[in-house]
Design a protein around this ligand. Structure first.
Ligand SMILES: Nc1ncnc2c1ncn2[C@@H]1O[C@H](COP(=O)(O)OP(=O)(O)OP(=O)(O)O)[C@@H](O)[C@H]1O
Length: 314
Protein backbone atom coordinates (compact mmCIF):
# COMPACT_ATOMS: atom_id res chain seq x y z
CA UNK A 1 0.00 0.00 0.00
CA UNK A 2 1.10 3.52 -0.70
CA UNK A 3 -0.40 6.11 1.58
CA UNK A 4 -1.26 5.56 5.19
CA UNK A 5 -1.03 2.37 7.20
CA UNK A 6 -3.02 3.97 10.03
CA UNK A 7 -5.50 6.84 10.00
CA UNK A 8 -6.90 8.08 13.31
CA UNK A 9 -9.41 10.91 13.60
CA UNK A 10 -10.77 12.48 16.78
CA UNK A 11 -9.95 9.41 18.86
CA UNK A 12 -11.00 9.60 22.49
CA UNK A 13 -10.86 7.11 25.33
CA UNK A 14 -12.37 7.67 28.75
CA UNK A 15 -11.89 4.95 31.34
CA UNK A 16 -14.94 4.72 33.61
CA UNK A 17 -14.76 6.02 37.18
CA UNK A 18 -13.56 3.40 39.65
CA UNK A 19 -14.34 3.65 43.36
CA UNK A 20 -13.59 7.22 44.34
CA UNK A 21 -11.39 7.71 41.24
CA UNK A 22 -13.03 10.03 38.67
CA UNK A 23 -13.26 8.95 35.00
CA UNK A 24 -9.89 9.12 33.26
CA UNK A 25 -9.66 10.88 29.90
CA UNK A 26 -6.71 8.89 28.57
CA UNK A 27 -7.06 10.11 24.93
CA UNK A 28 -8.59 13.51 24.25
CA UNK A 29 -9.17 13.68 20.50
CA UNK A 30 -6.14 12.25 18.75
CA UNK A 31 -5.66 12.83 15.01
CA UNK A 32 -2.76 10.86 13.61
CA UNK A 33 -1.68 9.32 10.31
CA UNK A 34 1.13 6.81 10.06
CA UNK A 35 2.61 6.35 6.58
CA UNK A 36 2.83 2.85 5.14
CA UNK A 37 6.36 1.49 5.11
CA UNK A 38 7.66 3.74 7.87
CA UNK A 39 9.23 3.03 11.22
CA UNK A 40 7.11 5.29 13.38
CA UNK A 41 7.81 6.18 17.01
CA UNK A 42 5.19 6.97 19.64
CA UNK A 43 6.84 8.81 22.48
CA UNK A 44 5.48 10.27 25.67
CA UNK A 45 5.97 10.32 29.41
CA UNK A 46 4.46 7.60 31.63
CA UNK A 47 0.69 7.71 31.59
CA UNK A 48 0.55 9.83 28.41
CA UNK A 49 -1.80 7.40 26.68
CA UNK A 50 0.56 5.41 24.42
CA UNK A 51 -0.55 1.96 25.59
CA UNK A 52 -4.20 2.99 25.38
CA UNK A 53 -3.65 4.09 21.77
CA UNK A 54 -1.81 0.90 20.86
CA UNK A 55 -4.39 -1.29 22.58
CA UNK A 56 -7.18 0.42 20.64
CA UNK A 57 -5.29 -0.25 17.39
CA UNK A 58 -4.85 -3.87 18.43
CA UNK A 59 -8.55 -4.22 19.19
CA UNK A 60 -7.85 -4.89 22.88
CA UNK A 61 -9.38 -1.67 24.24
CA UNK A 62 -12.68 -0.22 23.03
CA UNK A 63 -12.45 3.41 21.97
CA UNK A 64 -14.95 5.92 23.34
CA UNK A 65 -15.29 7.88 20.09
CA UNK A 66 -13.45 8.69 16.86
CA UNK A 67 -12.42 6.87 13.71
CA UNK A 68 -9.64 4.33 13.31
CA UNK A 69 -8.63 2.93 9.93
CA UNK A 70 -6.03 0.20 9.78
CA UNK A 71 -4.58 -0.60 6.37
CA UNK A 72 -7.61 1.12 4.89
CA UNK A 73 -10.14 -0.88 6.93
CA UNK A 74 -12.43 1.04 9.27
CA UNK A 75 -12.31 -0.67 12.66
CA UNK A 76 -16.08 -0.29 13.10
CA UNK A 77 -17.02 -1.43 9.60
CA UNK A 78 -14.41 -4.15 8.98
CA UNK A 79 -13.21 -5.25 12.42
CA UNK A 80 -11.89 -8.61 11.20
CA UNK A 81 -9.80 -7.22 8.35
CA UNK A 82 -8.47 -4.33 10.39
CA UNK A 83 -7.43 -6.77 13.13
CA UNK A 84 -5.80 -9.11 10.64
CA UNK A 85 -3.67 -6.24 9.30
CA UNK A 86 -1.90 -5.60 12.59
CA UNK A 87 0.30 -7.63 14.92
CA UNK A 88 1.21 -6.48 18.41
CA UNK A 89 4.20 -7.40 20.53
CA UNK A 90 2.94 -6.46 24.01
CA UNK A 91 4.93 -5.11 26.91
CA UNK A 92 3.81 -7.83 29.32
CA UNK A 93 5.35 -11.29 29.13
CA UNK A 94 1.92 -12.92 28.88
CA UNK A 95 2.84 -16.45 27.78
CA UNK A 96 1.24 -19.71 28.77
CA UNK A 97 4.02 -21.46 30.78
CA UNK A 98 2.96 -24.90 29.55
CA UNK A 99 3.20 -24.13 25.84
CA UNK A 100 6.37 -24.72 23.89
CA UNK A 101 7.39 -21.96 21.45
CA UNK A 102 6.20 -24.14 18.56
CA UNK A 103 2.83 -24.75 20.23
CA UNK A 104 2.47 -21.07 21.15
CA UNK A 105 3.01 -20.05 17.52
CA UNK A 106 0.64 -22.73 16.23
CA UNK A 107 -2.12 -21.75 18.68
CA UNK A 108 -1.72 -18.09 17.78
CA UNK A 109 -1.89 -18.95 14.05
CA UNK A 110 -5.07 -20.92 14.78
CA UNK A 111 -6.59 -17.93 16.60
CA UNK A 112 -5.96 -15.80 13.52
CA UNK A 113 -7.39 -18.46 11.23
CA UNK A 114 -4.14 -19.10 9.34
CA UNK A 115 -4.61 -22.43 7.50
CA UNK A 116 -2.04 -25.12 8.42
CA UNK A 117 -0.62 -25.08 4.87
CA UNK A 118 0.14 -21.36 5.14
CA UNK A 119 1.77 -21.39 8.56
CA UNK A 120 5.41 -20.40 8.75
CA UNK A 121 6.19 -21.71 12.21
CA UNK A 122 9.67 -23.02 11.40
CA UNK A 123 10.65 -19.87 9.52
CA UNK A 124 9.49 -17.70 12.43
CA UNK A 125 11.29 -19.88 15.01
CA UNK A 126 14.46 -19.45 12.97
CA UNK A 127 14.00 -15.69 12.56
CA UNK A 128 13.60 -15.20 16.33
CA UNK A 129 16.49 -17.56 17.11
CA UNK A 130 14.40 -20.12 18.98
CA UNK A 131 14.87 -23.17 16.73
CA UNK A 132 16.77 -24.97 19.49
CA UNK A 133 14.07 -24.19 22.01
CA UNK A 134 11.10 -25.05 19.78
CA UNK A 135 10.03 -27.89 22.09
CA UNK A 136 10.92 -26.33 25.47
CA UNK A 137 8.21 -25.16 27.87
CA UNK A 138 7.82 -21.38 27.94
CA UNK A 139 8.45 -21.36 31.70
CA UNK A 140 12.00 -22.68 31.05
CA UNK A 141 12.83 -19.84 28.62
CA UNK A 142 14.89 -16.85 29.70
CA UNK A 143 13.27 -13.40 29.76
CA UNK A 144 14.96 -12.54 26.47
CA UNK A 145 13.72 -15.71 24.81
CA UNK A 146 10.18 -14.98 25.97
CA UNK A 147 10.36 -11.53 24.42
CA UNK A 148 11.50 -13.06 21.15
CA UNK A 149 8.60 -15.50 21.30
CA UNK A 150 6.20 -12.57 21.78
CA UNK A 151 7.66 -11.04 18.63
CA UNK A 152 7.16 -14.35 16.84
CA UNK A 153 3.54 -14.54 17.99
CA UNK A 154 2.90 -11.05 16.62
CA UNK A 155 4.10 -12.23 13.20
CA UNK A 156 2.17 -15.49 12.66
CA UNK A 157 -0.55 -13.93 10.50
CA UNK A 158 1.97 -11.88 8.48
CA UNK A 159 0.51 -8.52 9.42
CA UNK A 160 1.30 -5.48 7.26
CA UNK A 161 1.69 -3.44 10.44
CA UNK A 162 3.75 -4.51 13.45
CA UNK A 163 3.35 -2.68 16.75
CA UNK A 164 6.03 -3.00 19.40
CA UNK A 165 5.16 -1.70 22.88
CA UNK A 166 8.38 -0.85 24.71
CA UNK A 167 10.17 -3.77 23.05
CA UNK A 168 13.58 -3.13 24.57
CA UNK A 169 12.67 -2.02 28.10
CA UNK A 170 15.02 -3.86 30.44
CA UNK A 171 16.54 -6.16 27.82
CA UNK A 172 20.26 -6.72 27.34
CA UNK A 173 22.28 -5.30 24.47
CA UNK A 174 22.47 -8.56 22.56
CA UNK A 175 18.69 -9.01 22.57
CA UNK A 176 18.16 -5.38 21.70
CA UNK A 177 20.40 -5.75 18.64
CA UNK A 178 18.65 -8.95 17.64
CA UNK A 179 15.26 -7.25 17.94
CA UNK A 180 16.35 -4.27 15.88
CA UNK A 181 17.86 -6.50 13.20
CA UNK A 182 14.53 -8.28 12.93
CA UNK A 183 12.59 -5.03 12.89
CA UNK A 184 14.81 -3.52 10.18
CA UNK A 185 14.54 -6.64 8.05
CA UNK A 186 10.75 -6.72 8.39
CA UNK A 187 10.60 -3.05 7.50
CA UNK A 188 12.78 -3.59 4.43
CA UNK A 189 10.39 -6.34 3.39
CA UNK A 190 7.57 -3.80 3.55
CA UNK A 191 6.15 -4.08 7.08
CA UNK A 192 5.14 -0.79 8.69
CA UNK A 193 6.57 -0.62 12.20
CA UNK A 194 5.09 1.36 15.10
CA UNK A 195 6.96 1.39 18.35
CA UNK A 196 6.83 3.02 21.72
CA UNK A 197 10.07 3.49 23.55
CA UNK A 198 11.43 5.37 26.53
CA UNK A 199 14.87 5.37 24.96
CA UNK A 200 15.01 8.57 22.98
CA UNK A 201 18.35 7.69 21.42
CA UNK A 202 16.76 4.54 20.11
CA UNK A 203 13.84 6.45 18.62
CA UNK A 204 16.27 8.88 17.04
CA UNK A 205 18.24 6.06 15.48
CA UNK A 206 15.34 3.85 14.40
CA UNK A 207 12.35 6.04 13.56
CA UNK A 208 11.67 7.94 10.34
CA UNK A 209 8.82 9.83 11.95
CA UNK A 210 7.70 10.47 15.50
CA UNK A 211 4.58 11.56 17.35
CA UNK A 212 4.93 12.87 20.89
CA UNK A 213 1.92 12.27 23.12
CA UNK A 214 1.33 14.05 26.40
CA UNK A 215 -1.76 13.96 28.62
CA UNK A 216 -3.77 12.17 25.94
CA UNK A 217 -2.95 14.62 23.13
CA UNK A 218 -0.52 14.58 20.22
CA UNK A 219 1.67 17.61 20.88
CA UNK A 220 4.12 17.08 17.99
CA UNK A 221 4.31 14.89 14.92
CA UNK A 222 7.03 15.19 12.33
CA UNK A 223 10.01 13.51 10.76
CA UNK A 224 12.68 12.81 13.34
CA UNK A 225 15.10 15.22 11.69
CA UNK A 226 12.51 18.03 11.44
CA UNK A 227 11.62 17.62 15.12
CA UNK A 228 15.24 17.95 16.08
CA UNK A 229 15.61 20.83 13.62
CA UNK A 230 12.88 22.68 15.54
CA UNK A 231 15.27 23.14 18.38
CA UNK A 232 16.96 26.32 17.47
CA UNK A 233 19.60 26.36 20.19
CA UNK A 234 23.10 25.33 19.24
CA UNK A 235 26.35 25.43 21.20
CA UNK A 236 29.71 26.46 19.83
CA UNK A 237 32.71 25.18 21.78
CA UNK A 238 35.82 27.30 21.42
CA UNK A 239 39.15 25.92 22.61
CA UNK A 240 41.49 28.92 22.97
CA UNK A 241 45.23 28.71 22.34
CA UNK A 242 46.01 30.56 25.58
CA UNK A 243 44.11 31.42 28.72
CA UNK A 244 41.12 33.55 27.77
CA UNK A 245 41.29 37.29 28.25
CA UNK A 246 38.20 39.02 29.65
CA UNK A 247 35.29 38.07 27.43
CA UNK A 248 34.09 40.59 24.88
CA UNK A 249 30.40 41.52 25.02
CA UNK A 250 28.23 39.17 22.95
CA UNK A 251 24.92 40.11 21.36
CA UNK A 252 21.78 39.61 23.46
CA UNK A 253 20.60 36.00 23.56
CA UNK A 254 24.09 34.47 23.52
CA UNK A 255 24.98 32.60 26.70
CA UNK A 256 28.66 32.15 27.51
CA UNK A 257 30.01 29.65 30.03
CA UNK A 258 33.28 27.89 30.73
CA UNK A 259 33.73 24.14 30.47
CA UNK A 260 36.04 22.18 32.75
CA UNK A 261 38.39 21.35 29.87
CA UNK A 262 39.00 25.08 29.33
CA UNK A 263 36.59 25.43 26.41
CA UNK A 264 34.35 28.45 26.11
CA UNK A 265 30.76 27.33 25.41
CA UNK A 266 28.60 29.80 23.51
CA UNK A 267 24.94 28.85 23.21
CA UNK A 268 23.03 30.81 20.61
CA UNK A 269 19.90 30.74 18.45
CA UNK A 270 20.66 29.72 14.91
CA UNK A 271 17.95 31.93 13.50
CA UNK A 272 19.32 35.00 15.25
CA UNK A 273 23.06 34.75 14.85
CA UNK A 274 25.66 32.71 13.00
CA UNK A 275 28.68 30.85 14.34
CA UNK A 276 30.80 33.01 12.00
CA UNK A 277 29.72 36.20 13.76
CA UNK A 278 30.63 34.76 17.18
CA UNK A 279 34.06 33.65 15.94
CA UNK A 280 34.64 37.08 14.44
CA UNK A 281 33.81 38.77 17.77
CA UNK A 282 36.33 36.52 19.57
CA UNK A 283 39.05 37.11 16.97
CA UNK A 284 38.56 40.86 17.20
CA UNK A 285 38.98 40.53 20.98
CA UNK A 286 42.40 38.90 20.38
CA UNK A 287 41.40 35.30 21.13
CA UNK A 288 43.53 32.81 19.19
CA UNK A 289 41.37 29.75 18.50
CA UNK A 290 43.04 26.33 18.69
CA UNK A 291 39.98 24.22 17.97
CA UNK A 292 36.25 24.54 17.42
CA UNK A 293 33.42 22.06 17.95
CA UNK A 294 29.63 22.28 17.97
CA UNK A 295 26.90 20.58 19.95
CA UNK A 296 23.59 19.90 18.22
CA UNK A 297 20.30 19.36 20.03
CA UNK A 298 19.00 15.80 20.10
CA UNK A 299 15.60 14.21 20.48
CA UNK A 300 15.90 14.34 24.25
CA UNK A 301 16.09 18.15 24.14
CA UNK A 302 13.00 18.25 21.92
CA UNK A 303 11.14 15.85 24.17
CA UNK A 304 11.98 17.73 27.34
CA UNK A 305 11.12 21.09 25.79
CA UNK A 306 7.76 19.86 24.54
CA UNK A 307 6.63 17.88 27.57
CA UNK A 308 8.03 19.83 30.53
CA UNK A 309 5.77 22.92 30.39
CA UNK A 310 2.62 20.92 29.99
CA UNK A 311 3.55 18.52 32.81
CA UNK A 312 4.19 21.42 35.14
CA UNK A 313 0.90 23.00 34.18
CA UNK A 314 -0.84 19.73 34.98
N1 LIG B 1 -7.92 0.18 32.55
C1 LIG B 1 -7.76 1.43 32.98
N2 LIG B 1 -8.63 1.99 33.84
C2 LIG B 1 -8.49 3.26 34.28
N3 LIG B 1 -7.46 4.07 33.91
C3 LIG B 1 -6.55 3.57 33.06
C4 LIG B 1 -6.64 2.23 32.56
N4 LIG B 1 -5.59 2.02 31.73
C5 LIG B 1 -4.87 3.17 31.71
N5 LIG B 1 -5.45 4.09 32.51
C6 LIG B 1 -4.99 5.48 32.75
O1 LIG B 1 -4.97 6.16 31.50
C7 LIG B 1 -3.81 6.99 31.38
C8 LIG B 1 -3.01 6.59 30.17
O2 LIG B 1 -2.43 5.31 30.40
P1 LIG B 1 -1.53 4.52 29.34
O3 LIG B 1 -1.20 3.20 29.94
O4 LIG B 1 -2.21 4.54 28.03
O5 LIG B 1 -0.24 5.45 29.27
P2 LIG B 1 1.20 5.14 28.66
O6 LIG B 1 1.55 6.38 27.91
O7 LIG B 1 1.18 3.88 27.92
O8 LIG B 1 2.10 5.02 29.92
P3 LIG B 1 3.30 3.98 30.22
O9 LIG B 1 4.44 4.47 29.42
O10 LIG B 1 3.49 4.15 31.69
O11 LIG B 1 2.81 2.62 29.82
C9 LIG B 1 -3.06 6.84 32.69
O12 LIG B 1 -3.42 7.90 33.54
C10 LIG B 1 -3.54 5.52 33.24
O13 LIG B 1 -3.51 5.52 34.65
Amino acid sequence: MTGNAIEIEGLTKTYAAQGNQPPKHALKGVDLTIPAGSIFGLLGPNGAGKSTLINILAGLVRKTSGKVRIWGFDQDVNPRQSRASIGVMPQELNLDPFFTPRAALEVQAGLYGVPKSQRATDRILKAIGLEDKAEAYARSLSGGMRRRLLLGKALVHRPQILVLDEPTAGVDIELRQMLWQNVRRLNEEGTTIILTTHYLEEAEEMCDEIAIINHGEVIARDTTSALIGRMDAKTLLIHPQDALPALPPFPAGVEASHRRDGALALTYRRREISAGTLIEILRNAGVVIRDIATEEPDLEDVFVALTSNKSEAA
